[in-house]
Design a protein. Structure first.
Length: 287
């Protein structure tokens, strides 16, 4: 029997903890010039994408992450026309963003085109045709350089990056967040993948300090993704003003109802309650 042991990065591997997947078939394995990419088949999670040994997404539980990263800011904002996705080369967030008819454009900036090409071929259900949507523009570039240099403006910026290792380190700095803020229109919202606090408290603390140094309303909301081991995952939330975050449940339910969209993880109540942080997580932010 073949197994894949997740190479949990430094601060994890020293904790004597990992997760293991039975591999029924290795679909593709390539060193892309940016990272080592593997897609493999498993009995329980379908196909799995790993980059540099770290689980990125699985067919079975990707919805728990992509729905929360996309719909919380879009429904909270209420009038998103132009969305920017940094990273997200598997296409899962792009698929969810483009389910909203009101979206006029979705720009995806991914540093590694091999991720896009390989996921389109071997995990097509993730993007589900989103890359061919006429509203989608794909740019192969460093997301940090893109937001530094672009004169484009967006209503929502979604940073769907790995943890701050390798090329993704540039997506966790105060400078990057300041450039994102400059690219956001009034009432714009930035959301960002920011790890599993039970195992990566340092990452959460650092993202909080960096976001807070740039935005007046910087906090986190929660999701649970079974294969992002360690319990809750925190998603960073940043905006200039707390109104979008404090939207009333009734208004939220109205907005969701109007779209006629259905979800497997997201709901108006989940949206609102996701911002309630357990003391052990809130404590990291206050440290
Ligand atoms: N959901 C995953 C997670 O939570 O770790 C992330 C999935 S997605 C595959 C992450 C993508 O970010 C990868 O395709 C990677 O190539 C891309 N990426 C890393 N650093 C980047 C950068 N500086 N600019 C743009 N994309 C980047």
């Amino acid at each position: 029997m073949n197994w894949f042991d997740e190479a949990l990065h430094d601060e994890w591997s020293g904790q004597g903890y990992t997760q293991r997947f039975e591999v029924t078939r290795t679909i593709c394995e390539v060193s892309t010039g940016h990272q080592k990419l593997v897609i493999f088949e498993t009995p329980r999670f379908g196909r799995v994408l790993a980059l540099d040994g770290v689980i990125q997404t699985t067919e079975a539980d990707e919805f728990c992450y992509h729905e929360m990263l996309a719909h919380v800011p879009i429904f909270a904002h209420g009038k998103v026309r132009d969305a920017l996705i940094v990273g997200g080369g598997d296409g899962g967030v792009l698929r969810e963003v483009l389910r909203h008819d009101g979206i006029g454009s979705a720009t995806l900036v991914e540093i590694d085109d091999t991720v896009i090409n390989v996921c389109r071929e071997h995990m097509p259900g993730l993007s589900d045709g989103a890359f061919d949507d006429p509203r989608c523009t794909t740019r192969i570039a460093d997301g940090a350089a893109f937001v530094r240099d672009t004169d484009r403006r967006f209503d929502v910026i979604i940073v769907d990056s790995p943890d701050p290792i390798g090329p993704a380190e540039a997506l966790f700095t105060p400078e990057f967040y300041a450039d994102c803020r400059r690219c956001l229109r009034e009432n714009g919202i930035l959301v960002t993948q920011s790890g599993v606090p039970f195992l990566q408290p340092e990452e959460l603390g650092s993202v909080h300090r960096s976001l807070g140094s740039v935005f007046s309303d910087a906090t986190f909301y929660l999701t649970v993704v079974p294969t992002y081991v360690g319990g809750y995952m925190t998603l960073g939330w940043a905006s200039d003003g707390s109104e979008p975050r404090e939207i009333e449940l009734e208004e939220l339910a109205e907005r969701v109802g109007r779209t006629g969209l259905s979800f497997k993880y997201y709901s108006p109540s989940i949206h609102r309650s996701a911002f309630a942080l357990p003391p052990f997580i809130a404590g990291i932010l206050e440290a």
